[in-house]
Ligand binder design. Structure first.
Ligand code: MG
Length: 303
C-alpha cells in the first residue's frame, strides 16, 4: 500500500455513545485513539505540526489488512469534525462577487462591492455532521436557504499573521453549508440569529490536509437540491482569498488552533432566484467541494 505524499483525511465518527477520531484510508475509517493516543481532532490540532507529521508518517506506513480497528466509511455515522471550536465559527458574507451582485440587485443597491471582508459568527450549537438531517421548525422559519462554502481549519494560531505566511497556519479544509433563515436575517436586521439555528450547519465529512490541494486554491464549489444544480463556483472567485482572510482577521483577533473559518458562498442562493426558492421538508441538499467531499442533508420538520 502506498500513500506517501497523500493528504490526510481526518474525520470524527460516532461509536456507540462516544465520538472518535479517525482517518480515512482506502475507503475505511481507521481509529486513531489506540494508534496515536488522540481521540479528538481538536486535541490533535493543538498538539502542533511535529505531532501531525508523526501521525501522518504512522498512518502512511500502515498495512490496512493488519488493522483490526477499521470500519467501512459508508457504514459509519459521521459527526461534525470539531464539536466545540475554540471560538464561534467565523464566517464571511458576500465574499464572491456574483453572490454580492445578486444580493445588490435584489436590494436595489448601486453596485459597490465590499472593500473589506464582512464577518459574522455561528455558535457551536449550530454545527452538525455531514449527513445529519436539518430540522425546519415552522414556528422559527419558513425561509430556509443554502450556502455552499469552503471551510478552513486553523492549525497554528497567531496574531498579525502575514498574508504570505498565512497558509502555513492552516491545518486543513472542509465543506460547510452555511444554512440561513432569511426571514430571521431580515426581521432582526443582523445575520447572527438567522445563521445560528440549532443543528443547522453541516460540516465535513472530512478535514483534508493541504499537501496535495492546489495553491492558491482552485476548487469547484457546488450545491444541488433534490439533484438539481443551484450553485456552481470556484474558490478562486473569492474576493478575499484564504490568506487575506487569515491575515486580516489575525490583525485584531488571535486565531487559535481549531478555529473554523467559512469563506463565503458563490451565487445561486435560493432567496435571490427568480422566483425565490426555500427549503422544505423532504428536500435533500448535496454540498460539494472538489477534492474534499460532499455533504448530504435532508430537511425534516421539527417542533
Ligand atoms: Mg455564507
Amino acid at each position: 500500500m502506498q500513500r506517501k505524499g497523500e493528504t490526510m483525511r481526518y474525520l470524527t465518527y460516532h461509536s456507540g455513545q462516544e465520538k472518535r477520531l479517525g482517518v480515512l484510508v482506502e475507503g475505511y475509517i481507521v481509529d486513531l485513539a489506540q494508534m496515536v493516543g488522540f481521540g479528538d481532532l481538536l486535541e490533535l490540532i493543538v498538539a502542533g505540526p511535529e505531532t501531525w507529521k508523526a501521525v501522518a508518517a504512522k498512518v502512511k506506513g500502515l498495512e490496512l489488512a493488519e488493522i483490526a480497528a477499521k470500519i467501512p466509511f459508508e457504514e459509519a455515522l459521521i459527526a461534525t469534525p470539531i464539536a466545540r471550536p475554540p471560538k464561534n465559527m467565523i464566517c464571511l458574507g458576500r465574499n464572491y462577487y456574483k453572490h454580492y451582485l445578486e444580493g445588490a440587485i435584489a436590494r436595489g443597491e448601486v453596485e459597490h462591492p465590499p472593500e473589506a471582508p464582512i464577518y459574522f459568527t455561528k455558535p457551536h450549537t449550530s454545527l452538525i455532521g455531514a449527513y445529519d438531517a436539518i430540522g425546519a421548525d415552522p414556528e422559527v422559519t419558513t425561509r430556509l436557504d443554502w450556502e455552499a462554502e469552503l471551510g478552513v481549519i486553523i492549525g497554528v494560531g497567531g496574531r498579525k499573521i502575514k498574508p504570505e505566511q498565512a497558509l502555513e497556519h492552516v491545518f486543513g479544509y472542509t465543506v460547510i453549508n452555511d444554512v440561513s433563515a432569511r426571514d430571521l436575517q431580515s426581521r432582526h436586521q443582523q445575520w447572527f440569529k438567522g445563521k445560528s439555528l440549532d443543528a443547522s450547519c453541516p460540516v465535513g465529512p472530512v478535514v483534508v490536509t493541504p499537501e496535495e490541494l492546489p495553491d492558491p486554491l482552485h476548487l469547484d464549489v457546488s450545491l444541488k437540491v433534490n439533484g438539481e444544480l443551484k450553485q456552481r463556483g470556484n474558490t478562486r472567485q473569492m474576493m478575499f482569498d484564504v490568506a487575506t482572510i487569515i491575515a486580516d482577521l489575525s490583525l485584531s483577533i488571535t486565531l487559535e488552533p481549531g478555529d473554523i473559518i467559512s469563506t463565503g458562498t458563490p451565487e445561486g442562493v435560493g432567496q435571490f432566484r427568480q422566483p425565490p426558492e426555500f427549503l422544505k421538508p423532504g428536500d435533500v441538499m448535496e454540498t460539494e467541494i472538489e477534492l474534499i467531499g460532499v455533504l448530504r442533508n435532508r430537511i425534516v420538520t421539527v417542533e
